[in-house]
Ligand binder design. Structure first.
Ligand SMILES: *Cc1c(COP(=O)(O)O)cnc(C)c1O
Length: 445
């Protein structure tokens, strides 16, 4: 059985316990038509078969990770109340749980104090961080590397802030020489450093960027939507470790619990080191906050209605799997990285494939060897389809020629971009499935 179903009995048990909290109310049960619902659900189940098997270890493609069963169950349980974390009136318990869960995230990066909350995802979280940045440095530029998530350019457009992309080095990290040149112009208000790029998992040189911050003065925002949790991994390079150890000094951080934090979609987060930025959000609302006294989540979020269920799911997951070094959650991240290193080594030692730099987190990029970039792209696409035929699901990524040039000396560079294969090995089970994954890759070629 691929889809875990056994834990569902816990949902019924816990729902009874929840229901007990409302026992004093006059009897009321909404009418439902089980027979018609059954028919519809059967159809839904059939329609949902039209998906890649994201939950299975042979899905080794895009940045997708199944939520933990505890997250699914806690989310569902909360749905029977359907709290809205916009204001305390909408969800007392889930708002308190959000604050606790987000404080744990802040502590993960060494922050004992913070201002922060959950968002619908990394895009909204980055939007808020850049909005605050723009307010504090009006008229100044936002800069991020060419390998930063494309959302930063678009968000800057929405906020009407100038945006400039900084070239990357051979490992897809922000090139500091270009950054410093821009800083000398005095036009930069915010530097977005990516800790774990979406394409290759590369980590911008954060300690050096922080030194530049001390010299030139700018707001330093870190987009760690995908990579943030890896601060707990035990097998990082010393260079990556140094970047994570600088996170306590940056101005804001985005991390997505729905990327590596075992949560269902709809769960990002933004954290600010200085709680006084809360003043920027301040607004008067005639509709809400009748019973609340302290500053609460609705007052420090651009989004109004937000799912309390997301907070409940995250809280429950962190209760079961605390964000502790050497804990079960931390070990799972180390396994993902181990799987990526293992796959990279096998590919690197096999003449049929071309590789780039070793993975910094758990994303592996490679291509099928050929004489020029057009042929490499064609064969890599073909390989991607052939793997899918064998139930091994990979992803494709378009890379600029500058990224492959230093590694592929014998290849004729006849195009500006090349299509490569990409695997996000985000499930800890990937570590034990690497032999199976490799045997499929081996027989395709
Ligand atoms: C995924 C990702 C985003 C966008 O987050 P969503 O949750 O998809 O909105 C932004 N930045 C990075 C580095 C990401 O990996």
């Amino acid at each position: 059985m691929g889809l875990e179903i056994e834990s569902l009995t816990l949902l019924v048990e816990s729902l009874r316990r929840l229901d007990g909290g409302f026992a004093e109310l006059a009897d009321f049960s909404p009418e439902i038509d089980l027979e018609r619902m059954r028919e519809v659900l059967e159809e839904v189940a059939f329609r949902m078969r039209d998906n890649f098997p994201y939950h299975h270890p042979l899905y080794a493609g895009q940045m997708l990770k199944p939520p933990h069963p505890i997250a699914r169950l806690a989310y569902c349980l909360a749905l029977w109340i359907n709290p809205n974390n916009h204001a305390l009136d909408g969800g007392r318990a889930s708002s308190a749980m959000e604050k606790e869960a987000v404080a744990e995230l802040a502590k993960l990066f060494g922050w004992q104090r913070h201002l922060g909350h959950l968002t619908s995802g990394g895009t909204m979280a980055n939007l808020e961080a850049l909005w605050v940045s723009g307010r504090l440095a009006p008229g100044k530029k936002v800069v991020a590397s060419e390998q930063a998530h494309y959302t930063h350019r678009r968000i800057s457009e929405v906020l009407r802030l100038d945006f400039e992309a900084i070239p990357v080095d051979a490992r897809a990290k922000m090139d500091l020489r270009f950054l410093e040149k821009l800083l000398q112009s005095g036009e930069v208000g915010t530097v977005v450093a990516t800790v774990g790029t979406t394409a290759s998992g590369s980590i911008d040189p954060l300690p050096q960027i922080f030194q530049l911050k001390q010299k030139y003065g700018f707001r330093l925002h870190v987009d760690a939507a995908y990579g943030g949790y890896f601060t707990l991994a035990e097998n990082l390079t010393s260079e990556a470790r140094a970047a994570f150890d600088t996170l306590d000094k940056v101005d804001s951080i985005v991390v997505d619990p729905h990327k590596h934090g075992l949560q269902p979609y709809g769960c990002g987060s933004v954290l600010f080191r200085d709680p006084s930025v809360g003043a920027i959000y301040k607004h008067e609302s005639p509709y809400t906050y009748f019973t609340s006294k302290e500053l609460h989540l609705g007052e420090i979020s651009l989004e109004c209605s937000r799912p309390g269920a997301s907070a409940v799911a995250l809280w429950a997951t962190q209760k079961l799997l605390p964000l502790k070094p050497s804990g079960e959650f931390a070990r799972a991240l180390s396994s993902c990285r181990k799987a990526a290193l293992d796959l990279h080594n096998r590919l690197e030692n096999d003449n049929r494939f071309l590789t780039l730099f070793p993975p910094e987190l758990d994303i592996v990029i490679w291509a099928v060897r050929a004489q020029d970039l057009s042929e490499i792209s064609r064969l890599s696409r073909r390989f991607f389809n052939a793997a899918a035929q064998e139930n091994l699901h990979l992803a494709l990524v378009e890379l600029p020629l500058q990224l492959v040039e230093p590694y592929w000396k014998e290849v004729s560079l006849n195009r500006k971009y090349v299509t490569c294969l990409r695997s996000c090995l985000m499930k800890p089970e990937h570590q034990t499935w690497i032999d199976e994954i490799w045997s499929i890759l081996d027989r395709i070629n």
